[in-house]
Structure formats: structure tokens, C-alpha cells
Ligand binder design. Structure first.
Ligand SMILES: *[C@@H]1O[C@H](CO)[C@@H](O)[C@H](O)[C@H]1NC(C)=O
Ligand SMILES: *[C@@H]1O[C@H](CO)[C@@H](O)[C@H](O)[C@H]1NC(C)=O
Ligand SMILES: *[C@@H]1O[C@H](CO)[C@@H](O)[C@H](O)[C@H]1NC(C)=O
Ligand SMILES: *[C@@H]1O[C@H](CO)[C@@H](O)[C@H](O)[C@H]1NC(C)=O
Ligand SMILES: *[C@@H]1O[C@H](CO)[C@@H](O)[C@H](O)[C@H]1NC(C)=O
Ligand SMILES: *[C@@H]1O[C@H](CO)[C@@H](O)[C@H](O)[C@H]1NC(C)=O
Ligand SMILES: *[C@@H]1O[C@H](CO)[C@@H](O)[C@H](O)[C@H]1NC(C)=O
Length: 391
């Protein structure tokens, strides 16, 4: 019960802008619910928990006589089972009507998402419903700089609205920034992304080739990309307590939504004890009281170093010049609040020829320091090339 009340509150707040219209705020019995956005716009439906029967009795109608049921809109995809959802393109004043009762509508969980006019004509604007596995492959040359909006109304598994990102691949020249909510026509404020790659690590932007599996538990959020990006996303969650990172230089993400109670997770860090390095995180969020805090602690047999922040609406970074056996992300007094933690582990230089005593020999991966050296080398070659050109 608590969960659904706070969900309702989250959505009600959004609906003031009239861009996310929860179905449970519609008026029934054939009332004409006007969409208070100037056409043209695109309209999308996310209603994973609502019945076909109910959705089939809710209509979107325009003054120029387009009419579609929400059931048709929910299932409209350009390709059969995955890929972006096709919008309902509204070119005149649009109404939503239904012969369902207020009482039936009040029990619905889905929402209607309405874009701005500019977004409705943008070829690089895509909307995905996170239900079955969506493979998202952006080709920067063809698709341009994309805005990708994710809608998730699936609450069969808890935490609800969970979108699991896997198999991430991103070349060095690509940028991804992820934000909560929906995009407007105004550029985002600096440092308001909940996740990014390159990541802001100890004051510098750092590209990290490996992105760990992570989950976002929000009904609506979006990503802005430049160049190529590949990943899969589906409505699952995994227990991140006990999760093990996959590379020596890596980044991942952990969040708590308003609807769930805070819990602590310990993530095992793949590391090579012959190298030094840095463990850090960028944290943002909203805390219900001044006592709400998030701590990231790097643990090893001989040390436990941490940093603590009170999350605010822009990222605050912290780091420790060590890579421990594991890292604990913990929080206190965050009930009703939300926070987003992007963590990263960056291997530094080789400082020893032998492994720490009692440490298993780690699997061999291409050393990330080698990668860094290569890129420096490429830069040098690039500068040389430029100077030759300028001669
Ligand atoms: C609501 O409309 C549908 C057709 O859109 C119709 O089949 C159904 O009987 C109507 N229900 C009521 C209660 O009027
Ligand atoms: C449905 O809700 C609206 C808005 O709260 C109200 O004006 C209307 O009378 C309700 N309809 C019925 C049949 O209760
Ligand atoms: C894509 O974004 C990059 C970085 O912001 C910018 O340099 C480039 O001009 C953009 N490309 C297009 C087609 O807008
Ligand atoms: C955001 O950061 C960029 C790069 O550091 C800077 O050029 C720009 O002025 C900043 N914008 C705002 C609104 O602070
Ligand atoms: C999380 O860790 C903090 C700090 O160690 C502790 O105070 C808190 O009780 C823990 N929370 C849970 C849910 O275990
Ligand atoms: C790693 O060791 C090198 C060489 O001693 C040093 O310059 C560097 O600052 C160290 N890095 C970290 C993160 O401690
Ligand atoms: C994390 O590492 C510390 C130090 O090695 C160890 O004591 C602790 O049991 C580890 N925690 C988990 C959950 O693995």
C-alpha cells in the first residue's frame, strides 16, 4: 500500500507538466480529458500491468479524426517484438476518453507519455518500453546524437520498474549520459546525470571500456548519446549484493528509488594486487532529511577507507586511492528519498612484481595501463601528424 501511494505521488508530480499522464488520473464515463500540450506532439503508452480489456476501452482522439485505443498504442512497435515503440502522432488538439469508470481507472498502473513538438520531429528521438529484451544499437554515423527515453511500468518483480542493462559496448569516442525523468527542449544542467561514460573521475573525464551490468528502477528515464553505443535492456533485476566486477578498469551503477527501503550492498572488485589504483563514485539524489547519507567504503584485510556524502541534485564525487577486495555502498536515513551511485575502479601503475600474500593470482586481462599508454601513444602520433600537416 505504501508503495503504491508513493508511486502515485511521484507520478502526480510529473503530471503537472502534462507530459506524463498516469492513467489513474484520467476521468472516466466518457469525459473528454484534454491533453494540455500544443500539437504537434508524439504520444506513447506504457501499461505493462494493465489488462488489454481496459486498454481497449480507452481512446486517444484528435480533432482531425485520428483515433486509436491504448491497447493498439501499447503494442505498436516498428519491429515485431523489440525496438522502439511507434508514436501516435498528434497534429491537432487531442483528447482521451473512456467509458470505464473512475473506480476502474483508479486501479490502473500505466501512463501516457507526451513529447514536445521539437522532439516529435526529431529523427534521433526514440522511446523504448522496457519489457522483453531490447537490443539497442546506435550507429552514430546513421542515427546521429540520440535521445533515448525508457518507459517501464512493470511491477511484477521488486523493486518495481527495474530496467537491467547488460552487454554494454561503447567505443572511446562515444558519450553516454543518463538522466532521471523525461527530456525537455532545454539542455540539461551540468552534473545532473545519474550515470555517464566517460565518467568524471577525480576531476577528469575518463572513458571506461567496461560497464558492469546495472539496474535503473524508475518509471521513466532517458539517455543522451553521441557516436556508437550498444547494450541490451530488459525488465529484470539482480541482487547486487555480492556482485563481482568484470575488469580492472570498470564502472557500474547502484540506486535506491523512493519506493524501496534503503539496503546496503557489497560489490567484489576484480583487482591485481601488483597495481595501485583508485576506487571512486559520483553520487546524487534527494534525501528526506539532513540525516540522510550515502557512504562508499573500500575494504581490504589491512584497510577500510570510505567517503560519505549527503546527496543533492547534482553529482558529488569522492574517491579513495586504493582498490580493495570489495566495496560497500551503504546508506542511512534514506527512507522516502532516492539516490544514484555511479562507482568506478581505475587501475593505476604497477608498484610490485609480486601479488599480495594470500591473494589468488587474478585472471589475465589486457592490462588497462597498457591501454592508457597506447592512447597516449596515439595522441603523440596524432600531434606529430598534425604538425607534419601544418608544415
Ligand atoms: C465501452 O465501449 C466498448 C467499445 O469501445 C463497448 O464494447 C463496451 O460495451 C462499453 N462499455 C460500457 C460499460 O458501456
Ligand atoms: C469521476 O471523477 C471526476 C473528477 O474527480 C468527477 O468530477 C466525476 O463526477 C466522477 N464520476 C463519477 C461517475 O463518479
Ligand atoms: C553530436 O554531439 C557532439 C558532442 O556534443 C557534437 O560535437 C556534434 O556536433 C553533434 N552532432 C550532431 C549531428 O548534432
Ligand atoms: C557546463 O560545463 C561546460 C564544460 O565544462 C561549460 O562550458 C558550460 O559553460 C557549463 N554550463 C553551465 C550551464 O554551467
Ligand atoms: C547499512 O550500513 C550502515 C552503516 O554501516 C548501517 O548503519 C545501516 O544500518 C545499514 N543498513 C541496513 C539496512 O543494513
Ligand atoms: C600509483 O603509484 C604511482 C608510482 O608510485 C604514483 O605516481 C601514483 O600516484 C599512484 N596512484 C595512486 C592512485 O595511488
Ligand atoms: C569485504 O572485504 C573485507 C576485507 O577483506 C572482508 O572482511 C569482508 O568479509 C568482505 N565482505 C564481503 C561481503 O565479502
Amino acid at each position: 500500500m505504501l508503495i503504491s501511494i508513493s508511486l502515485l505521488l511521484t507520478f502526480c508530480k510529473l503530471s503537472l507538466a502534462q507530459q506524463v499522464i498516469p492513467l489513474n488520473t484520467l476521468i472516466g464515463n466518457n469525459f473528454e480529458n484534454k491533453i494540455d500540450v500544443t500539437p504537434p506532439f508524439s504520444l506513447y503508452v506504457s501499461a505493462q500491468m494493465d489488462s488489454d480489456f481496459n486498454l481497449n476501452n480507452i481512446y486517444v482522439k484528435t480533432m482531425d479524426n485520428q483515433i486509436k485505443s491504448l491497447k493498439d498504442l501499447r503494442h505498436s512497435r516498428q519491429h515485431a517484438e523489440s525496438g522502439p515503440i511507434s508514436p501516435f502522432q498528434a497534429t491537432s488538439q487531442t483528447l482521451i476518453t473512456t467509458n470505464l469508470s473512475n473506480g476502474t481507472l483508479a486501479l490502473m498502473n500505466g501512463f501516457i507519455y507526451v513529447t514536445t513538438s521539437k522532439q516529435s520531429t526529431d529523427q534521433s528521438f526514440r522511446v523504448y518500453s522496457v519489457d522483453n529484451i531490447n537490443t539497442i544499437k546506435i550507429n552514430g554515423n546513421v542515427d546521429g546524437n540520440c535521445t533515448i527515453v525508457f518507459l517501464n511500468t512493470d511491477s511484477r518483480i521488486l523493486p518495481a520498474h527495474s530496467s537491467l542493462f547488460t552487454k554494454w559496448q561503447q567505443p572511446r569516442d562515444a558519450t553516454v549520459k543518463m538522466y532521471k525523468g523525461y527530456p525537455t527542449d532545454v539542455l540539461e544542467k551540468n552534473s545532473t546525470q545519474i550515470f555517464s561514460n566517460p565518467v568524471l573521475a577525480t576531476g577528469k573525464l575518463l572513458y571506461i571500456p567496461t560497464v558492469e551490468t546495472f539496474a535503473v528502477t524508475l518509471g521513466i528515464f532517458y539517455m543522451k548519446t553521441t557516436n556508437d553505443v550498444y547494450f541490451q535492456v530488459d525488465s529484470r533485476n539482480i541482487d547486487f549484493n555480492g556482485y563481482s566486477t568484470q575488469n580492472y578498469q570498470t564502472t557500474g551503477f547502484f540506486m535506491k528509488s523512493k519506493e524501496v527501503v534503503g539496503h546496503n550492498v557489497t560489490i567484489n572488485c576484480l583487482r591485481d594486487t601488483r597495481f595501485n589504483g583508485t576506487t571512486g563514485a559520483n553520487i546524487m539524489g534527494y534525501m528526506p532529511t539532513k540525516y540522510g547519507k550515502v557512504t562508499v567504503q573500500t575494504n581490504d584485510n589491512t584497510f577500510a577507507d570510505s567517503f560519505t556524502v549527503t546527496p543533492v541534485d547534482g553529482i558529488l564525487g569522492g574517491s579513495v586511492d586504493k582498490i580493495g577486495k570489495n566495496m560497500t555502498i551503504s546508506s542511512v536515513d534514506t527512507d522516502g528519498g532516492e539516490f544514484f551511485v555511479q562507482y568506478y575502479v581505475v587501475q593505476g601503475e604497477q608498484i610490485s612484481s609480486t601479488y599480495a600474500p594470500g591473494e589468488p593470482t587474478p585472471p589475465t586481462y589486457e592490462s588497462t595501463t597498457k591501454g592508457v599508454k597506447n592512447s597516449k601513444l596515439m595522441l603523440v602520433v596524432g600531434i606529430l601528424f598534425l604538425s607534419i600537416l601544418s608544415l
